[in-house]
Design a protein around this ligand. Structure first.
Ligand code: FAD
Length: 116
């Protein structure tokens, strides 16, 4: 028999969502237009309201109020997102990620060639 797909739990939803969010940062332009900056700011605001884990969404909305999304360029956006993800990591007692390496994880691949 074929394996059955099940509705995602909070962990699965989280992994897929972080993959999408960090990938958006990885493909965000280094020098975005005002329209691109407005789009990503609106996206994060709406994402934080629609995220289908309500405790997670509430905390993320509060984080956005304290630390407004930084839309000035790819590295700025990716670093902001990395810090947002680290805030959740701390809450869940997961290891904190070194944000100077976010592009290796999500855009270029690790410098040791382990993604080649
Ligand atoms: P994940 O945290 O999903 O990370 C996936 C991969 O991202 C890691 O393997 C690592 O390679 C990389 N990574 C890790 N940290 C960073 C970073 N700082 N920057 C860049 N890359 C990184 N779960 C809850 O139980 N309670 C919550 O309140 C909660 N809030 C959430 C809020 C949001 C906005 C999102 C998207 C998810 C939330 N989650 C929450 C889910 C939680 O963050 C994890 O996704 C889930 O627990 C699965 O964790 P994981 O160990 O597989 O790795």
């Amino acid at each position: 028999t074929l394996p059955k797909d099940c509705p995602p739990d909070v962990e699965q939803l989280g992994r897929s969502s972080w993959t999408l969010l960090h990938s958006i940062a990885a493909t965000y332009p280094p020098q975005p237009t005002p329209a691109e900056q407005a789009d990503v700011a609106r996206f994060m605001g709406l994402f934080a309201r629609l995220y289908p884990c309500w405790v997670c969404a509430e905390d993320f909305q509060r984080y956005l109020e304290r630390q407004p999304v930084r839309t000035g360029g790819r590295d700025e956006l990716g670093t902001w997102l990395c810090e947002a993800h680290n805030e959740v990591n701390r809450k869940l007692n997961k290891p904190v990620f070194d944000c100077s390496r976010w592009q290796e994880r999500w855009r270029t691949g690790w410098k040791d060639g382990s993604c080649d």
